[in-house]
Design a protein around this ligand. Sequence first.
Ligand code: SAM
Length: 291
Amino acid sequence: HSMDIATPSRTKEIIRKHGFSFKKSLGQNFLIDMNIMRRIVDAAELDEHTGALEIGPGIGALTEQLAKKASRVTAVEIDNRLIPILHEVMEPYPNVSVVHGDVLKVDLHALFQDRFQEVERVSVVANLPYYVTTPIMMKLLEERLPLKNIVVMIQKEVAERMAASPGGKEYGSLSVAVQYYCEPEIVCTVPHTVFIPQPNVESAVIRLKVREEPPVRVSDEALFFEVVQASFAQRRKTLWNNLKARYNQLMGTEALQEALEEAQIEPSRRGETLSLDEYARLSEAIGARMA
Ligand code: SAM
């Protein structure tokens, strides 16, 4: 397909034509490989009933492929220099709309109302700007948007942390947060040679199947995430020392000890060994003693 944007020749042509210069500070690394592109689009399982939300369309390499598969595509791009380029290259695709803005500031619920009312499901599909991966992902998940799945290209280390199981050194508060909302699965790793300009890090495509309900029951989500944060505050310390630093003042040593006992968790363990289920038990037991 010589027409595809995600090729070195077409990408260079568009960039030259518009005199575009990359901004490193916006995480601008454009994908120029159709094989990787297909892996991303296939993983999203789009069809004529699906809406696609893209974050950071760049010059539209992925947008174009989404437009061919999805019912409608909405792409949010922060860089105003890219807006006229996107309008031009997306002209053949009337089901695409481009929104100029910072995705972290856009009212996504309103955007969903506006754009995705008549689709059956929505997927987020993006080659994310790496400098804001975590805030973007947390916004998507915490706002509880009606999403079917999220398929994103991100830094490989971050993908590994999102998908990590308890016990390893990649497992941390990001793993717990992501797995509370989703079932993650790494689709493939991606060499830096498939981008221009090439990023300094390795990348991976990750698919997050959004859960209809969390895998554990917690009565106070804020407290649950706070307990998780506290448990990982200093990774070399035991659970006991980390929890004491946070909750000693609030509830006293004895109550904290009781909470661990009730949750059946050894205080000498480390935060990185606790499953979601154990974190849920622990936060319930702590919550019961703080009230
Ligand atoms: N989708 C294109 C591709 O795959 O070739 C471009 C991906 S590039 C890694 C990331 C894009 O996100 C850039 O176009 C950048 O301008 C845009 N971007 C960066 N920060 C953003 C933000 N906060 N909100 C929306 N878009 C952003």
